[in-house]
Design a binder for this molecule. Structure first.
Ligand code: HEC
Ligand code: HEC
Length: 235
C-alpha cells in the first residue's frame, strides 16, 4: 500500500508524497499514449486518444489528487476514517454533501476561511485550479465504491485489460497468455481478490498479472472488485 500518512504534523502537505509506484505506472501509461503505436493485429485495441480521454476525466484525475493529498485526513471513502484523524483526535472529517462553491472555497482557502477547523489546510498554493475542480468532482462520488473502483481500474489496469475491461488494452499484444477479458470472467470475487492481491504467478497463472497487494490498499482492491462487477456482460 502507498503510505501517504507519514507525517502530517505540520497540518500542511509536506508529509504527503506521491506514491512512486503509482506514478511509475502512470508514466508508463503516458509513455504509451505519447509513444509509437503498436502495429495493429486483428483485434481492435484501445486507441491512444481513447486512453487519454479516460485519464482526462475529472473524476479520474480528481481521484488521484484525493489519494495523494486528502485521504490522510479524510480517509479513502471520505468518511473520516483515517489515521491522521486519530492523531489529531478529530472526529469531524466526513465529507458531507455541500455546494460546489463551498467545496471550492474551503479547499482553496482552508477551514478557517469558512469558519471551520484550521486543521483543514488551504490548498490554493499547492494545487492548480484544475486540480481543485477535479478533486471537487471526485468529492461528489467519493462515498461510492463503484466510482472509487473506477479510478483504481483506470489508473492501474486499462493498459493491459483495456478501458472496457475486455482485454484489449494497448499493451495486450505484448503478452501470451493475454490479459484476461474481465467482462467475461467466470471467477468469483474471492478469486479476484486473491489474484489481484498476490498476482498471477501465486495463482498458477501468468506472472504478467502484477502483485497489487503492495501498491493498493485493501479498500482499493475491494473497490476495484466492485467496479469489475459492473463490467460483466450478461449473456
Ligand atoms: C491535515 C488534515 C486534512 C487534510 C490533509 C485535508 N483536510 Fe479537508 N478537512 C480537514 C478538517 C479537520 C476538516 C473539518 C473542518 C471542520 O469541520 O471544522 C476538513 C473539512 C473539509 C471539507 C468540508 C467538509 C464538509 O462537509 O463541510 C472539505 C470539502 C474538505 N475538507 C476537502 C479536502 C480536500 C479536497 C483535501 C485534499 C486536497 C483535504 N480536505 C485535505 C482536514 C484535512
Ligand atoms: C501488465 C499487464 C496487466 C496489468 C497492468 C493488470 N493485469 Fe490483470 N491480468 C493480466 C494477465 C496477463 C492476466 C491473465 C493471466 C493468465 O491467464 O494466466 C490477468 C488476469 C487478471 C484477472 C483474472 C481474471 C479471470 O477471469 O481469471 C483479474 C481479476 C485481473 N487480472 C485484474 C486486474 C486488475 C484489477 C488490475 C489493475 C489493478 C490488473 N489486473 C492489471 C495482466 C495485467
Amino acid at each position: 500500500m502507498c503510505d501517504t500518512s507519514a507525517d502530517v504534523s505540520g497540518g500542511g502537505g509536506e508529509g504527503v508524497r506521491l506514491c512512486s509506484m503509482r506514478s511509475a505506472i502512470l508514466i508508463i501509461i503516458l509513455g504509451l499514449i505519447a509513444g509509437p503505436s503498436f502495429s495493429s493485429g486483428d483485434i481492435k485495441r484501445d486507441s491512444r486518444s481513447a486512453i487519454k480521454k479516460e485519464l482526462a476525466k475529472p473524476v479520474v484525475r480528481g481521484g488521484i489528487v484525493f489519494k495523494n493529498y486528502c485521504i490522510v485526513c479524510h480517509g479513502e471513502r471520505g468518511d473520516g476514517l483515517a489515521r491522521a484523524a486519530k492523531l489529531h483526535g478529530i472526529t469531524n472529517l466526513t465529507i458531507k454533501p455541500q455546494s460546489i462553491k463551498y467545496y471550492n472555497k474551503i479547499i482553496r482557502e482552508g477551514g478557517a476561511a469558512v469558519g471551520r477547523s484550521e486543521f483543514m489546510p488551504p490548498w490554493g498554493d499547492e494545487l492548480s485550479k484544475e486540480q481543485i475542480n477535479d478533486v471537487v468532482s471526485y468529492l461528489m462520488v467519493v462515498g461510492d465504491t463503484m466510482y472509487r473502483g473506477e479510478v483504481v481500474f483506470k489508473t492501474n489496469c486499462i493498459l493491459c485489460h483495456g478501458i472496457k475491461g475486455d482485454g484489449k488494452g494497448r499493451a495486450a499484444i505484448l503478452y501470451d497468455p493475454p490479459p484476461a477479458d474481465l467482462t467475461r470472467s467466470d471467477k468469483n470475487d474471492q478469486y479476484k481478490r486473491m489474484i489481484i492481491t498476490f498476482g498471477g504467478e501465486a495463482m498458477g497463472r501468468s506472472s504478467v498479472m502484477p502483485i497489487w497487494g503492495e501498491q493498493l490498499s485493501e479498500q482499493e482492491i475491494n473497490d476495484v472488485i466492485a467496479y469489475l462487477r459492473t463490467l460483466l456482460v450478461k449473456e
